[in-house]
Design a protein around this ligand. Structure first.
Ligand SMILES: Nc1ncnc2c1ncn2[C@@H]1O[C@H](COP(=O)(O)OP(=O)(O)OP(=O)(O)O)[C@@H](O)[C@H]1O
Ligand SMILES: [Mg+2]
Length: 283
């Protein structure tokens, strides 16, 4: 894993809000689980989950919680099980042991559709777009609940353009095919799809890897706006500066096991480096 030389320390505090705007009520999917003021609320819970691919144990005995309006980062070396955890939360994989629940409800059926119904929106590590469909069609892909609620095509198109402009300075032609875009802009289309419905749980798996700093910051602003409405964020990144900037909690995985979960006051560069590489870094 790479470690940046300059580390930014800033907190993502002071961002709470209690009500949804009328626009969010009109366009939201199932909506955020609850405002972040409820300290006991859990937006997402994994309990003692295990996933194996043949002889490879990708996750073993992992429990994990994320509260509404907070960011829980998942850190770990390549192959430590981060994307497997993401796929469990998103209903792409079912655990062979243990349970996944969203907003207090068991994830059943354990399918992407089931997770979407409970308000999970995921930006996967691999860019998932349909190259021959337009930007607009890609952002709206799988958003049937939302598109049914939107009044007209013009309203839908305006909302797609609005979400894209929240996270990108690129002048997207929403009617053009996604296959003609640079990879970074394809990635932004996938991000816009996840942000469109103001999800209860937003999952970002290495979503900043392709972005430059200014567009990364736009994404973080967009994420914080969702958090202020109660969205819980599962964040996967290799960049420690981002992790230190954004996280309320950090869980570190190693070979499919959870090594530790740090709360906000305990998240320091030294501690993270030690947890990631105990033999070579002493706090
Ligand atoms: N579909 C699959 N079939 C077989 N093995 C898999 C599959 N998916 C993941 N694995 C294995 O499970 C382990 C965890 O993989 P995972 O993709 O969750 O790691 P990761 O932490 O996301 O890694 P990276 O930082 O490279 O994205 C690895 O050993 C990987 O090779
Ligand atoms: Mg991964």
């Amino acid at each position: 894993m790479t470690t940046p030389t300059s580390l930014v320390r800033a907190t993502a505090r002071g961002r709470r809000a209690e009500v949804l705007t009328s626009d969010q009520q009109a366009f939201g999917g199932p909506g955020p689980a609850s405002p972040s003021g409820d300290a006991g609320a859990v937006a997402l819970a994994l309990d003692d989950v295990r996933v194996a691919f043949g002889n490879t144990v990708a996750l073993d005995g992992v429990s994990f919680r994320c509260r509404p309006g907070t960011v829980h980062t998942v850190l770990g070396e390549n192959g430590s099980g981060k994307s497997t955890l993401v796929k469990l939360v998103s209903g792409v994989l079912a655990p062979q042991r243990g349970a996944v629940s969203i907003g207090g409800q068991p994830l059943a059926p354990c399918t992407p559709w089931g997770a979407g119904k409970l308000g999970v929106a995921t930006v996967f590590q691999e860019v998932l777009v349909a190259p021959t469909l337009s930007v607009e069609e890609n952002v709206l892909l799988g958003q049937d609940r939302w598109t049914r609620r939107a009044q007209s095509r013009a309203v839908r198109r305006a909302r797609v353009a609005e979400v894209l402009s929240e996270i990108s300075t690129h002048p997207f032609d929403v009617t053009g095919p996604v296959g003609g875009l640079e990879l970074v802009h394809q990635h932004q289309v996938a991000i816009a799809r996840a942000l469109l419905t103001d999800p209860a749980v937003l999952v970002l798996d290495e979503s900043t890897a392709a972005l430059d700093v200014s567009e990364r910051d736009l994404l973080f602003d967009a994420v914080r706006r969702r958090m202020a409405q109660g969205t819980a964020v599962i964040f996967v990144s290799h960049r420690l500066d981002e992790v230190l900037t954004l996280s309320d909690e950090v869980s570190v995985l190693s070979s499919g096991r959870k090594v530790a979960t740090l709360g906000h006051g305990d998240i320091t560069e030294d501690r993270l480096l030690h947890l990631l590489n105990p033999e070579h870094h002493t706090p």
